[in-house]
Ligand binder design. Structure first.
Ligand SMILES: Cc1cc2nc3c(=O)[nH]c(=O)nc-3n(C[C@H](O)[C@H](O)[C@H](O)COP(=O)(O)OP(=O)(O)OC[C@H]3O[C@@H](n4cnc5c(N)ncnc54)[C@H](O)[C@@H]3O)c2cc1C
Length: 394
């Protein structure tokens, strides 16, 4: 089988690696517009149980990930000078750059070709010579947008503005912090992802954004007053940042883009990861979902004799699962958009409200890997490794 993959993000690279493990004879070509090591963002977090599928499908990759991830067990909520600590969780996080480097190395071991710095040819052109074209080209997928009617695409860009930053402040928990300013409320989500490095995502509504004097350009660039948006945010969150600066990586204020598609395939073209669906970053699930899509697609391709049957099975499994996580994420996004309503609560009550998002969001909402399911995936890949065709590529 010949497979063309557009985009070497977590979804595209993991699809390539898993298909190659199950079907070593397949020919897989991946195109990535950026050079290796050029990417947006900082660390991504995985909640408890989220990596169960990866552990079962690819133990060497899971071990490498585990060694590079930061791990912690608390959610801290900073509000009005008080920190409420909530224990008993299990989170991991890894820098996006480190995750992509691990996935690239895995692809190289398995004999997958990744063409960096090269935009992919149009999907229709690829579909003439490949059995399957996987559009793993991210939230702004041009492949999807050129076929919105065929995929039943709905995209909305709404809600507060956010800015994805990093800091050398070594947070020790998934941390939600509220800053009360003369202009109104801002909040931030922060978590560690490598020794001495943490992600810091600030969110603010339009009214406060304008009143606080934030700007549209590169958030690290000083304006006429000599101050940048990262300087302003570092001042507003000085207590939680403990005096540390904020760093940028292609960081500009954006709005969360909600993506849904009624269908994830059209002919030989399949959507995967953010091109198919997005979930608000306050539940930290997008990378995990993209990698789970990859796993479902690889298994479906191995199970079914024809690409149309495999794509039907892939959609039937993933569409409802992802829709459930999207509902949960929407609840979380709305809670943060309504933050003004809860800000006057005493810190303890505020903490309880945030942790349960009004009783609507529980920690079980985001776990999708039952022990049975993990075992089935483990057995499936172990069988592929034992077979003569798989022995060479373990
Ligand atoms: C602020 C923020 C915080 C987040 N935090 C988390 C988190 O904590 N945990 C989590 O799990 N997820 C998080 N996410 C979501 C996560 O980043 C995405 O869900 C994930 O990157 C999706 O992976 P993907 O492979 O589908 O797409 P991407 O990672 O976007 O990769 C798509 C790739 O396709 C390439 N590309 C696009 N068009 C072409 C073309 N024509 N030719 C060649 N290449 C092309 C792009 O350059 C890119 O490398 C966060 C997102 C945001 C915005």
């Amino acid at each position: 089988m010949r497979i063309a993959i557009i985009g070497a993000g977590p979804g595209g690279l993991y699809t390539a690696a898993l298909v190659k493990r199950l079907r070593p004879g397949s020919e897989i070509d991946v195109w990535e517009a950026n050079a290796p090591d050029v990417t947006f963002g900082f660390g991504v977090v995985f909640s408890e149980g989220a990596l169960g599928g990866i552990e079962a499908a690819d133990p060497p990759l899971f071990a490498a990930l585990g060694a590079r991830c930061a791990h912690w067990s608390r959610i801290d909520v900073h509000h009005r000078g008080r920190t409420s600590r909530n224990g008993g969780y299990r989170f991991s996080a890894i820098g996006r750059r480190a995750l992509l480097a691990l996935l690239r190395a895995r692809c190289a071991d398995l004999g997958v070709t990744v063409r960096h710095g090269t935009r992919a040819p149009d999907a229709d052109e690829l579909a003439r010579t490949y059995d399957l074209v996987v559009a793993a080209d991210g939230v702004n997928s041009a492949t999807r947008d050129a076929r919105r009617e065929e995929f039943g695409t709905e995209t909305t860009r709404r809600g507060s503005r956010y800015l994805w930053l990093g800091t050398e402040r070594a947070f020790t928990a998934l941390t939600f912090a509220v800053a009360e300013t003369d202009h109104g409320l801002l909040h931030a989500h922060a978590y560690p992802y490598a020794p001495g490095l943490s992600t810091f995502i600030a969110e603010v509504d339009d009214r406060v954004w304008e009143a606080a004097g934030f700007t549209e350009g590169d958030a690290g660039e000083p304006d006429a007053s000599g101050r940048s948006d990262t300087d302003r945010l570092a001042d507003l969150f000085a207590d939680v940042l403990d005096g540390h600066d904020l760093r940028t990586n292609r960081s500009r204020w954006g709005r969360f883009v909600s993506v849904r598609n009624g269908r994830w395939s059209h002919g030989r073209i399949a959507l995967l990861g953010d091109s198919a669906h997005t979930t608000h970053f306050s539940v930290g699930s997008g990378t995990r979902l993209a990698m789970e899509d990859a796993l479902a697609l690889a298994l479906a391709l191995d199970d079914h004799g024809s690409v149309p049957e495999a794509l039907a099975a892939y959609e039937a499994e993933r569409l409802p699962e992802v829709a459930a996580v999207q509902r949960t994420a929407r609840t979380s996004q709305e809670w943060f958009e309504e933050l003004d309503q809860y800000a006057d609560l005493e810190p303890e009550a505020f903490n309880a409200h945030l942790i349960t998002r009004s009783g609507r969001l529980t920690r079980d909402d985001l776990a999708s890997w039952s022990p049975d399911r993990v075992e089935r995936v483990r057995e499936r890949f172990a069988r592929a490794d034992r077979s003569p065709r798989g022995a060479a590529v373990r």
